[in-house]
Design a protein around this ligand. Sequence first.
Ligand code: NAP
Ligand code: MG
Length: 475
Amino acid sequence: MWEYAPAPESRDIANLKPNYRMFVDGQFVEGSGEPLKTVNPGTEEVLAEVSTAAPADVDKAVKAARRAYDRVWGRMPGSERAKYIFRIARLIQERSRELAVLESLDNGKPIKESRDVDVPTAAAHFFYHAGWADKLAYAGHGPDPRPLGVVGQVIPWNFPLLMAAWKIAPALATGNTVVLKPAETTPLTALVLAEIIQQADLPPGVVNILAGAGDVGAAVVSHPDVDKVAFTGSTDVGKTIQRQLAGTGRRLTLELGGKAANIVFDDAPLDQAVEGIVNGIFFNQGHVCCAGSRLLVQESVAEELLEKLHVRVSTLRVGDPLDKNTDVGAINSREQLTKIQELVESGDAEGAQRWTSACPLPDKGFYFAPTVFSNVSQAMRIAREEIFGPVLSVLTFRTPDEAVAKANNTPYGLSAGIWTEKGSRILWAAQKMRAGVVWANTFNRFDPTAPFGGYQESGFGREGGRTGLEAYLDV
Ligand code: NAP
Ligand code: MG
């Protein structure tokens, strides 16, 4: 055994400012809401103060978006819109180190993930959608698909910049204007994206970004002049929004929670599967809607796989998100940490067998050691509810039919994983699984060309790819 020397990324790269303001009609402005303090979950220190929106500010932002839509953006030829979107993509790349460090500070995710996944994938979404802007007539949504108008978008804290990109890029490519609200605990990278949008010379009002808590989100989605709502977050809030919009004729897409099955058949390459399982549940501290949080293992290989898994998970380094050696960073908030602890205690109480990595944890900050529950039964809360943390529940099965039945035994249906040597089994299982995304011999792969979205309580509508454009077009 040898120890790693610390390898911290410099936090100066983040250009952190003491105050951040909202972005409305092309300007950075003070909102009239109560300012919020955003915290570094890795250390519990306050990073910055952010001004928030009051209902009157939401109205101003929607009006600005409407003006921009009517006068400029909705009429602009796609080939012209594309130039702006390409510019945003390139500026994200230019400022990628700054964005990565800022994201890790505000969210707690390891720098290697923000640097290698979040920021490059955000840029890729803008590049991909810029390419569509002048080709919408060939996207299979009719010869002259029209935008919807003003879209209201609300996003969660687990991929703050990437979720903003998932939302804004397709809206702009299709000719809509945007009012977006980032999550209360992670507003900073969305506000730097607003700087980039200003740098890219986007006409004022095309994109507006309002900070604040759930009440600001509620004001955005229920504003009567918003034509379409795109929401990513919890199933509970998604249901509330669906109720609010029912009967209004306004369009809605919901990307909600998940409890994905990651299925390992007895012919799977086990060492590879272990890597995929680790990536599936410990990537981004398990704060992933499509996390492989239910591992289903064929009984004959369960013992061997679990042994390998414990050895591998023991090597994960938990700690300072800015250290380049860190595999698992900080839990995003104290509230989320409490939720994880409560669900883990329910696993103990219901009789599952808990194994926790003996890794050291920092004294300050919100951290949770990687945890694997075995002997889990389908009725337990840890098998049914989304934990949204670094906690894996392991169940077993004997036959392929049983695996599929157990995988589908959930109110969700966002993603699934299959590990097997046989292509025919992959196709068979993928067809039977009620999940929007099915990964085979890999997990947690994100690409702007691939549509993403759920079944049942995981929501409806797709984001990404040609299919994802439909949500922003009047077709
Ligand atoms: P959340 O509580 O639903 O929050 C999501 C966003 O909605 C936040 O910006 C939140 O503001 C805002 N919000 C809260 N109440 C609202 C209301 N009544 N009306 C409108 N907006 C409101 O979810 P979360 O706990 O932050 O995020 C985790 C959840 O998101 C998980 O369930 C996860 O599975 C899901 N998720 C899904 C996907 C997907 O693509 N399917 C991707 C990522 C995450 P505040 O920040 O102030 O609370
Ligand atoms: Mg924060």
